[in-house]
Structures are given as structure tokens and as C-alpha cells.
Design a protein around this ligand. Structure first.
Ligand code: HEM
Length: 383
């Protein structure tokens, strides 16, 4: 038996526990999971402030959302007659149903926030400059996909919140000139949110969008490696050396251990949140009872706020130009001065403009979320 266990282990782990640098590099290269990393990394890219661990947290959240999502799929049925009841079953009947749903819901909100912050950190450090242009554009795709995944998942509980948030979101898409109405019908499968929309959102949320996300995340991580690791400052070459003067450190254990710690901490924080706060479930969706005001999911409330001023300029033009502008940035801003540092003098204008854009969206999102009451009237006190 012992021999058999040894045999199975040897077939899976070809290199034993690495005891020196050579073995560590061999372990990184021979394992499919570890091979995502390059065998060695620059010491400067291991510092917390190089990434604030945001990319790794996003990967951990994506994994956790997939695992909890698969569990939820066993008990969920995408039909208006039973979808809401499945949520009740999860709350009262299914083993670990409450915690799994809580983890999935809070993890999805966290994912939107973390991916946005990751984009901010990459921009501020100039991580989109050559040769990382393609990876930045892939990142913008991941940001849009994250929002789309969260939006399609929003409808699935089929409660009042879900129904009306998605109705508002779909109406916003309908404001796009010429394309809007066909797009809305394509998305909903009908003129209003109903049985067809629920099935479409379910397939998008559980199959199509996750497949796309994992494909692009694979490309994204591959590019991080092929573009020479993370961007670090050219002005501080000494910071790229260890005390012993080595230029590179083996990823095992230096990077992999850090990632494990980030993974454990992320899981612990999310578990704690899932234990103390339950994901909301409002009464069953009722198409005849419109809440006042009907609000989109929080990450679209900035756009809803802008759309209130002008359906086309606020609801369509600003979001479209923002996404296109983000994709175009690396092809216009190409000089390499100040890259790898936060707020360097050479990148004052770029950093200032990007922060202004993010602050603008944050402010309109807060107004839409907290300071809009019935009939979208402005409230002077948080709603
Ligand atoms: C599902 C979403 C995402 C995941 C899982 C993810 C994951 C990662 C990871 C693990 C890294 C390396 C470590 C780090 O920088 O923290 C990274 C780097 C990078 N990410 Fe992302 N990312 C995502 C979204 C984005 C977005 C929205 C953008 C920008 C629009 C972006 C652009 C980049 C770039 C350009 C790099 C290389 C940066 C550098 O060299 O410093 N990523 N990403």
C-alpha cells in the first residue's frame, strides 16, 4: 500500500519538495499550475506596493465564485415559477445553502470593486505602456466581462430587486441609437423581462461569460509572464537586487507563498462577511408593482444618474467613450518616463486625468445610490 501511495505521488509530483534554488526552479517549470509563473521574479515586483495584491485577489475571487456558483447550480432552476423558491430552499433546506449564496453574492460585489481598483493601480504605475498594450486591452475586456457577469447574475434570484434592476439596465441599453432596441430584444428575448430573459441570463451567467472570462484571464496571466513580469521602475535598478546582489529570485517560495497568504486572507475575510451578513432576498418579482425609484445594480447607478440628465449622452455616449478611450490609452501615451512609480512628475497629467475620471464615476455612483429618492428626486440625506 505504501509503495502504491509513493507511486501515485511520484506520478503526480515529479519533483519532490524543493530544497535548493535549482530544485525550486525545476518545480516551477514542471508543474502545470506553477508554470503560469515565470521560474524567477524581480524582487521589486514582490513588494506589496507593487500590486497591492489586487490581481491575485481577483484570481482568488474568480475561483471562489466559480466553486460556489457550481454548488448553487445544483439547486437552482431558471424559470420564473421556481427561481425565487430555489432561493428560499437555499436559505432553509440546502446544506450550506446560506453560506454558499452569501459567499457568491458578496464575492461578486467584491470582484467588481477589486478589478476596478486593479485597473487603477495598473494605470497609475504605467503598466499599460509598451510592451503591455495588448494585456491592458485584454484587461479592459475583463473589466467589462466582470460587470456583465455581475449584471446577468443579478436577475437570477427573481425577486423585486433583481427584476427591476435588470429592467432599468436593459432600458438603458435600449437608449443606444439604432442598435438599442434590437440589442434589448436580443438580450431579453422579448419586449420585457420575463421567462426568456431569465433563461438567457442564466446561460450567459453560467456558461458563456465564465468561459470567456477564463479564456481571457489565461491570456492575461500568460502575457504578464511574457511581457517580462510586472512593470517596475527603471530609475531604481538597485531595488531590483536582493541584499546578496542577486538580480532575480525563484518564484518558489517567494512569490507562491505570498500568493497563498493573499488567497487565505481573501477567503477568511469573505467567509467572515458571509457569516455575519446575509445576501438580501426581496419578495417575489412582480411586474405590476414598480418600485419608486427603480434602481439598476450599484455599479451601473452612476450611468443611471448620467442617463437621468440625458439618455443618449449620459447613458450611452459617456460609457462607450470611456471603454473605447481606455482601450486606446496605450496607443497614444507611449513615452516611458516615470513608468513603474506612482504619481511621478513625468506622468502628472495622465495620473490626474485618470483619477479625475474615476472620481467623477465614484461621485455620480454615490449620488445615484444614496441621494436619489422617489421619481429620481435629489435627496439631501442618504436614502
Ligand atoms: C478578472 C479580472 C482580472 C484578473 C483576474 C487579473 C489578474 C492579474 C494578475 C494576477 C496580474 C499580476 C499581478 C498584479 O498586477 O496584481 C495582473 C497584471 C496586469 N493586469 Fe490584470 N487582472 C484582471 C483585470 C484587469 C483589468 C481590468 C486591467 C486593466 C484594464 C488589467 C490590466 C493588467 C495589466 C496591464 C497587468 C500587467 C501590469 C504590470 O506589468 O504591472 N487587468 N492582472
Amino acid at each position: 500500500m505504501r509503495e502504491l501511495v509513493k507511486h501515485v505521488r511520484a506520478s503526480l509530483f515529479r519533483v519532490g519538495w524543493p530544497k535548493d534554488e535549482r530544485a525550486a526552479v525545476k518545480a516551477m517549470v514542471s508543474s502545470i499550475t506553477l508554470h503560469i509563473h515565470s521560474p524567477k521574479v524581480r524582487p521589486a515586483s514582490l513588494r506589496f506596493r507593487a500590486t497591492w495584491a489586487l490581481g491575485v485577489i481577483a484570481v482568488v475571487l474568480a475561483g471562489m465564485l466559480t466553486a460556489t456558483g457550481v454548488y448553487l447550480m445544483f439547486y437552482y432552476y431558471p424559470h420564473p415559477d421556481v427561481a425565487w423558491r430555489s432561493m428560499k430552499d437555499l436559505a432553509f433546506v440546502v446544506p450550506f445553502g446560506v453560506i454558499t449564496r452569501n459567499l457568491h453574492r458578496w464575492g461578486a460585489h467584491a470582484m467588481v470593486a477589486i478589478v476596478t481598483l486593479h485597473m487603477l493601480r495598473v494605470f497609475l504605475s504605467g503598466g499599460y505602456k509598451p510592451p503591455r498594450e495588448a494585456n491592458w486591452v485584454a484587461g479592459v475586456g475583463l473589466w467589462v466581462l466582470t460587470l456583465a457577469l455581475s449584471f446577468t447574475g443579478y436577475l437570477l434570484p427573481w425577486d423585486q430587486l433583481a427584476y427591476w434592476a435588470v429592467t432599468v439596465g436593459a432600458n438603458m441599453a435600449g437608449a443606444i441609437p439604432w442598435l438599442g432596441q434590437p440589442l434589448r430584444v436580443l438580450l431579453l428575448g422579448d419586449m420585457t423581462v420575463g421567462e426568456a430573459a431569465l433563461l438567457r441570463f442564466y446561460v450567459l451567467h453560467c456558461v458563456l461569460l465564465p468561459l470567456l472570462l477564463f479564456g481571457i484571464v489565461g491570456f492575461h496571466l500568460f502575457r504578464v509572464r511574457k511581457d517580462g513580469g510586472l512593470v517596475t521602475s527603471e530609475h531604481d535598478p538597485a531595488s531590483d537586487r536582493t541584499k546578496e546582489g542577486h538580480r532575480l529570485l525563484p518564484s518558489w517560495p517567494h512569490l507562491v507563498y505570498r500568493e497563498l497568504i493573499v488567497g487565505l486572507l481573501t477567503t477568511a475575510v469573505l467567509l467572515l462577511l458571509a457569516l455575519v451578513a446575509n445576501a438580501p432576498l426581496e419578495p417575489l418579482a412582480d411586474p405590476s408593482r414598480t418600485p419608486n425609484p427603480a434602481k439598476a445594480p450599484w455599479y451601473f447607478l452612476g450611468i443611471q444618474e448620467l442617463a437621468h440628465w440625458s439618455a443618449f449622452w449620459g447613458g450611452v455616449f459617456v460609457p462607450a467613450i470611456t471603454v473605447l478611450g481606455l482601450c486606446a490609452v496605450p496607443f497614444f501615451d507611449r513615452h516611458m518616463d516615470g513608468v513603474g512609480r506612482y504619481f511621478p512628475r513625468e506622468r502628472r497629467v495622465a495620473s490626474g486625468l485618470f483619477l479625475a475620471l474615476m472620481t467623477f464615476f465614484a461621485v455620480v455612483t454615490v449620488i445615484g445610490t444614496l441621494f436619489r429618492g422617489p421619481a429620481w428626486a435629489l435627496m439631501w440625506w442618504p436614502n
